[in-house]
Each structure stands twice: as structure tokens, then as C-alpha cells.
Design a protein around this ligand. Sequence first.
Ligand code: ATP
Ligand code: MG
Length: 195
Amino acid sequence: MKIGIMGGSFDPIHHGHLLAAEHAAEAADLDEVWFIPSHAAPHKDQRPRASDEDRLHMVKLAIASNRRFRLLDWEILRGGVSYSIETAEMLRQTYASDEFYWLIGADMVQYLPHWHRIEELCRLLRFIGFARPGTTIDLDELKPEIRDSVQIVQIPLIEISSTEIRRRIAAGRSIRYMVPEPVLEYIEERRLYGS
Ligand code: ATP
Ligand code: MG
């Protein structure tokens, strides 16, 4: 099987993540997309605002209706800094006959040179990159060893970020339609992000 990996803090998961995963999977002919919430993202200096349990639960709610989407809690269980290379090595060992494609938005495409042990990671899997409002993808900026592992697919642009959602909630503004309805209800019920 060809499997896409959607990593992220998902603090909270939103329609930008879901739409990107769906369209990237279609464009690259992937059989499934596995969502892997990070415990602590290497490139972020703060831990997520919501707990590991709440973020896992929101992803579970958000993907429940999609048969091709799965949730993996490996990075949360592993704890510590969530390096993708460690996750990729575990995936390759556990699912030796599957092919993995790491899905990343434009901001992460440009950040690839800083990923931990990136050249080893490029030998383990390929990256599928897609546009995201606010960042331009410039593959020429990447050195060939990295660039050759990246394939770009076209997806509809969605200008939503978790940061903006957290800000809106804290300011008492609406996030309806930015996140799936069950996620909205969960955020309100658990009073996450100062709601
Ligand atoms: P934050 O603002 O907290 O960083 P975020 O919205 O950027 O949250 P992340 O969990 O950091 O979400 O991102 C996980 C992955 O999803 C990254 O590869 C990121 O580029 C991608 N992504 C997030 N939002 C979008 C979007 N609106 N369009 C395309 N890709 C996105
Ligand atoms: Mg982000």
C-alpha cells in the first residue's frame, strides 16, 4: 500500500489539515493517510496548548467518517521530542512492505533542511508538498539530495491555522466551519483554549 503520513501538533486539527490530506492522497494516488500527532514538535519552542489526550481525541473525532484515514499515537506514546526520522524508522520496521509518503505544507517544505537527520529521512521515504497561504514553495532553495525526494501536488488553498483558531477562541470569536462540528463541540465541552 501507498500510505501518506500527516504529522502535526493538531492543536487543534482543522479543515486545512483534512482537506490537504484528502486532496494530496487523491493527487498522489495514496491508499490511506495516517495522522500522527506529535508529542513535542522539534521546530516549536512551546508544547501544544491542549493535552496529548485532547489532541488525540480531536483527531479521532475529525477523521472518524473517512475510511482512508487512520490515527497513530506513536509519537505521543514515545514522548520527548518527536523526530520524524524515528517515526519513519519505526514505520519501515513495522510495515516493511508498504511505501510511505510524508505530507507537508509549504512552510514545512521550506523548513526541510533543518529537519533532524534529513538526509537519512530522504532515503526512507518521499515527501509530498502542497501550497499553503503565506509561504511560497521554492524547491530551488533546497539542495538536490532533499529536492529529489519532494513531489509537489496541487490542492485547494485554505487559509486556516491552529494558531489563528486558538487566537479566535481566546478572543471569544467563532471558529465554526474552521474545524469539523464534533471538534467544535469537544472544544466547547472541555473549555479548551480559553473557550
Ligand atoms: P500552528 O499554527 O499551531 O503551527 P498549523 O495550522 O500550522 O498549527 P500544524 O499542526 O503545525 O498546523 O501543521 C501540521 C501540517 O499541516 C504541516 O505540514 C502544515 O504545513 C500543514 N498544514 C496546516 N494547515 C494547513 C493549511 N491550511 N493548508 C495546507 N497545509 C497545512
Ligand atoms: Mg504549524
